[in-house]
Design a protein around this ligand. Structure first.
Ligand code: ADP
Ligand code: MG
Length: 425
């Protein structure tokens, strides 16, 4: 595994060399020894983003309860100021590009160096998580800016990018790119190039697409994965935008059915980065297997004692060499409200139990990793279980905590700052 990841690192680094990139990560030391355990306090890079007032907030009270001065976040609660310190702070004048340049760009570079990398957006509902990740009609989000960067860096088409987009709602996983029986693609492959026809077909089918819950399984070498998750290969920014629109449309369909479900679900947008050139040894084994199958002869390895086929081994190796760059739009972190009336009360209660459980597990996992504890409680939530390979060990984690300036939600803002403070370096 270590040797193979190193191959990917070397290949991605040479991509950068072609582009004479002068980023600090790339130009500093050589990549960290792959496969090495995270060292104590291995950085979880944390940033705070204060958004501007919304009209409905300033109509009640337009005096900011939160202010940012350099690396200090100053909150005023009941007339009493509290100061929180963070390395990356973005005040209400910052746009998504500023956040990208100040913090997220290094996450993209880390993924290009062969590190599984995760960017988490944490905060209460309406604090600006989705705005930061996905952007708006007026500005691109950090996800789009990251894809831009990846595609520009891959001028020589050395790397392959495949996207997946899933939602975790009440601990259940739904594929946001799932297509109800799309016939325009060969059924033998899960990964496919995105075509306009397929998209039109999918969009037409949305109205009657009942969402299907997917299982999480654990591969002995590769860790947790979702077997039927769809991956779509993208080569251009337009391809990416189509995939994003597709997933977001699916997400909003689910929201209409379950009343603003998007703020009570986690969404994980993953970019799988792999090499376009298959290493010779792996290619040979893939060829060997397909020849032996087409000749009708059984490979002694593929059938004897139920052993894994040579082809499967080669495919696993390829999978091992790929790297994930994940963007996670977490569910709103606010404490559960009292719900009046019986309709929906149980649903909201179940939702808040699941959200609290997964967000506290996320914090426990990050905490246990930074303390190098023996037991890391990944399995305590679907979110952390799925992100297992992208949070611990040889991975980089970024957390962007978003907050509102309004005095009406100052208690939740302070909770967010405390949560992010526990994970900050
Ligand atoms: P969340 O995903 O945390 O629930 P949203 O991203 O949907 O919150 O943001 C809530 C509202 O605030 C949206 O109308 C969004 O456009 C606006 N908003 C959030 N962050 C910003 C920002 N940095 N600048 C301008 N408007 C923002
Ligand atoms: Mg949102």
């Amino acid at each position: 595994m270590a040797r193979r990841l190193n191959q990917l690192r070397k290949s991605t680094l040479s991509t950068h060399e072609h582009l004479t990139c002068s980023s600090s990560i790339l130009s500093s030391s050589s990549p960290r020894t792959p496969g090495k355990k995270a060292i104590k306090g291995d950085p979880i890079i944390t940033g705070i983003r204060l958004r501007p007032f919304l009209d409905r907030e300033s109509a009640i009270d337009d005096t900011p309860a939160v202010q940012i001065f350099e690396t200090n976040v100053i909150c005023t609660q009941n007339g009493r100021p509290q100061i929180f310190k963070f390395t990356n702070c973005f005040d209400s004048s910052a746009n998504n590009k500023n956040v990208y340049d100040g913090m997220i760009r290094s996450a993209v570079l880390a993924s290009l160096q062969g590190y599984n990398t995760t960017v988490l957006a944490y905060g209460q509902t309406a604090s600006g998580k989705s705005h930061s990740i996905f952007g708006s009609s007026n500005e691109e989000g950090i996800l789009s800016l990251s894809i831009d960067h990846l595609i520009t860096m891959n001028g020589n088409h050395h790397l392959k990018f495949e996207l997946s987009f899933l939602e975790i709602y009440n601990e259940k996983v739904t594929d946001l790119l799932a297509t109800p029986a799309v016939s325009t693609e060969p059924s033998t492959t899960k990964s496919s190039s995105f075509s306009k026809n397929a998209r039109t077909h999918i969009l037409n089918k949305f109205a009657c697409n009942s969402t299907r819950t997917l299982e999480i399984r654990e591969h002995p070498l590769l860790g947790p994965y979702v077997p039927d998750l769809k991956y779509i290969q993208v080569k251009t920014k337009e391809d990416f935008q189509n995939v994003l629109n597709l997933g977001n449309q699916q997400r909003s369909v689910a929201s209409t059915n379950a009343n603003q479900r998007s703020s009570r679900s986690h969404a994980i947008f993953s970019v799988k980065i792999s090499r376009n050139d298959v290493p010779q040894s792996t290619a040979k084994r893939l060829l060997f297997e397909s020849n032996s199958t087409s000749n009708g002869k059984n490979s002694s390895l593929s059938n004897a004692n139920n052993k894994k086929s040579v082809k499967q081994q080669a495919l696993d190796e390829l999978e091992e060499q790929s790297v994930r760059l994940n963007f996670v739009d977490l569910a709103g972190s606010e404490k559960s409200q009292q719900f009046h009336g019986s309709k929906g009360k149980n649903d909201r209660f179940a939702e808040s139990v699941h959200i609290n459980q997964s967000l506290s597990t996320l914090r426990n996992v990050i905490d246990a990793l930074s303390r190098q504890q023996h037991h890391i409680p990944y399995r305590d939530s679907s979110l952390t279980y799925l992100l297992k390979n992208s949070l611990g060990g040889d991975a980089k984690t970024y957390m962007l905590a978003t907050i509102s300036p309004s005095s009406t939600v100052i208690d939740e803002t302070i909770n967010t700052l405390r949560y992010a403070g526990l994970t900050a370096i």
